[in-house]
Structures are given as C-alpha cells and as structure tokens.
Design a protein around this ligand. Structure first.
Ligand code: AHG
Ligand code: MN
Ligand code: MN
Length: 346
C-alpha cells in the first residue's frame, strides 16, 4: 500500500487528547451502547465539575456564593449557598440527556426526577454536591462525590427504593477535588484514574492511571476533637498511633481531600460513631459507598469497623455508617482494636 499520511506521534498531543470520555471507551474496550452511555455520563459530570470549580474560584467576589442560606437540609445541617448551587449544577448538566432519570443528593430529601429523561434514562446519579462545606468560606479544599447506578424496574411509585441496595451495585464512582488544581478521580471497575482540569483547554486530561495505594501509609486522618465521644476501641487505636513512630495526623475537614491524600500516599481515614451520632456522620449512598468502591479498586479496604462498606444495605436514602477507609494494613489495625474490645465484651 502506498505510504499514506502519518499523523504526528507527539506524546503531548496524544495526552491532551486523552479526555475522560475517550478514556472510558478505552477502559471498556467497547463502542457499544452501555460504553457510550458511561462515556457521555462521565462527560457531563466533568462539565458539572468545571461549573462548580468556576463558581468556587470566584466565591469571594460574587453575591450568591458564600455563607449560609438560613435553611437546614434533611441531615439537620445548615445549608450553604454553594451546596445549593452545586446541587443544581448536577441536575442541570443532565437535563436533555436521556441518560439520568433520577438524582439522589445529600441536599434533597427525596429522589429527584428529570421528567424528559424518564423512563428512557436508565441511570441514577447519587451525589454529594459539595463535600466539606465548612471549608468553602475559608477557601480550603472541598469536593463533589458521585456514584452511578442502573435504575432497576420503572420506579413508578417514585420512592427510589431500588437504590436501597449494597455498594456492589454501583456501576461507577468518583469525586472531583477542588484544590490548587481541579482533579477528577473515577473508576468504572477497571482501576482508578485521575484527570486534571486544564483551564486553557477546558478539559480534564489524564494525569494518573491505575492508581494503587500502599498496604500501609503514615497518615491517619480523624477528628480527634471527638475523642471523648468514641468507643474505647477507637481510643485504644489513637493511643497506639500516639505511641508509635511513623504516623502523621492529617485532617482537613473535607472527606474528599483527606481521602485523596490516603489514596495517593496511604494510611487511614476514620469517621467513627460518637455518642451524639452513634452511626457516624458520613452518608453511605453518596459518600462512603462511592469512596469504598474506589479504594477497593485501588487495592485498599473500607469498613464500618466491623463490616465491609460495600456489603452494607441501607434502609433509607440518607443512611449513615461509621467509616474506616484506606490502606489494608491500617484498616485491619483499627479493626483489630475493635475486635479486641468485642472479645472483652465491652
Ligand atoms: P458535607 O460538607 O458534605 O456535609 O461533608 C462534611 C463531612 C466530611 O466532608 C468531613 O470529613 C466531615 O464532615 C467533617 O466532620 P467534622 O467537622 O465533624 O470533623
Ligand atoms: Mn460530604
Ligand atoms: Mn455535602
């Protein structure tokens, strides 16, 4: 065959073209309908990330971005303007998509339906629009967490009861970390991959592929201000790390940022039950389960302290559980203190 045109082999050009939507198709090794759906879903989540990142970057300058709305959400938590803005961004980006019929969010009491996408749209997006809201007004890192599930049945009675299943039913999960750069981390069951937003392109470009965390790491991340409210087993663990060399305490107040450090460097994040919140603070369906999906894909572990997070079946949309997540050996160490106390019958 005559020598045809030979495209540039520049690695930089190819890297800049490795966008999220292309990467999903590469991961699935398919151009079929489900692969195209997931590629389009991730592309719209990327758009949501760009819109939230833009709003955050100007939060101190625009009227409707900072401080509280004066409302409290179903969690009983004060709602920030940024929570509502981000919540509505994720709804808007899926309008006229034919992809997502339903959304379930930390900021909405019940499941929300996008009429034109139902019943054709067979996917549900579960999300925490802004995680770490307390950091918004002080310009520290926050995130968005998401999980994608298939809609089972037609949910005609619009209760979303089919969502009350364990985390192994998740098709995809990830988060967007709004930090010095905006990073989107996701998995569709073929490893964990990170994309960094290139503002000059307006695209998320592949920056780390097949992320694997070490079996042990130096970081332990927990709000020690709750020490007085914990079971003795967690106090035993904290006393252990206080007395042994090689541990660093790192806690930002935003789960996504603390999780990202654990994913990249190893260690463990904990949000145990407390006397005030015996089931812990973090919500299963749109905080712990998506991150548990990711950590298992990256070779780590996530548990309630006694049960794998991905095995927990919630009985309501905003179900909470304690969370211990990170490097396998570090999670096992926390669990060993819990088991010790159970054996002692305390
Ligand atoms: P959200 O802002 O979505 O309510 O999440 C906040 C969570 C989580 O991001 C963080 O790890 C935790 O709350 C911090 O709680 P404490 O302030 O009680 O430590
Ligand atoms: Mn959160
Ligand atoms: Mn939130």
């Amino acid at each position: 065959m005559a020598e045809g045109y030979q495209p540039t082999k520049a690695a930089a050009l190819d890297r800049d073209c490795t966008t999220l939507s292309r990467h999903v198709l590469q991961q699935l090794q398919s151009f079929g309908q489900e692969a195209q759906d997931l590629s389009a879903l991730m592309n719209r989540i990327a758009l949501a990330g760009k819109l939230v990142a833009r709003h955050l970057s100007r939060a101190g300058l625009v009227e409707d971005a900072l401080v509280f709305t004066g409302r409290t959400n179903v969690q009983g938590e004060s709602v920030k303007r940024m929570d509502i803005y981000a919540n509505d961004v994720f709804i808007s980006v899926f309008k006229q998509s034919g992809l997502v019929c339903r959304l379930a969010s930390e900021e909405m009491d019940d499941v929300y339906y996008i009429p034109e996408n139902c019943p054709i749209g067979r996917y549900t997006l579960l999300y925490d629009p802004i995680d770490g809201s307390s950091n918004v007004d002080i310009n520290l890192n926050v995130g968005s967490i998401f999980a994608i599930r298939q809609q089972v049945g037609d949910d005609a009675n619009q209760t979303g009861d089919d969502l009350l299943s364990n985390g192994r039913d998740q098709l995809a999960a990830g988060y967007i970390l709004y930090g010095p750069s905006t990073v989107l981390v996701y998995s569709i069951g073929h490893g964990v991959h990170a994309f960094t937003l290139d503002p000059s392109l307006g695209e998320f470009i592949l920056s780390a592929e097949n992320i694997r965390l070490p079996n042990h790491g130096p970081n332990y991340s927990v709000n020690e201000g709750n020490y007085w409210q914990w079971d003795d087993s967690l106090r035993d663990y904290i006393r252990y790390v206080h007395r042994h060399e090689g541990y660093s305490s790192r806690y930002s107040g935003a789960l996504v940022g603390d999780f990202h450090r654990i994913l990249m460097q190893g260690g463990v994040f904990l949000y145990p039950g407390t006397t005030k919140q015996p089931d812990g603070k973090l919500r299963l369906l749109y905080e712990s389960a998506p991150l548990a999906y990711l950590i298992e894909q990256a070779g780590g572990k996530a548990s309630t302290g006694t049960q794998p997070i991905l095995d927990v079946v919630p009985d309501k949309l905003h179900y909470r559980t304690p969370l211990v997540i990170g490097s396998t050996e570090d999670v096992n160490l926390v669990e060993s203190f819990i088991q010790e106390r159970i054996k002692e019958g305390v």
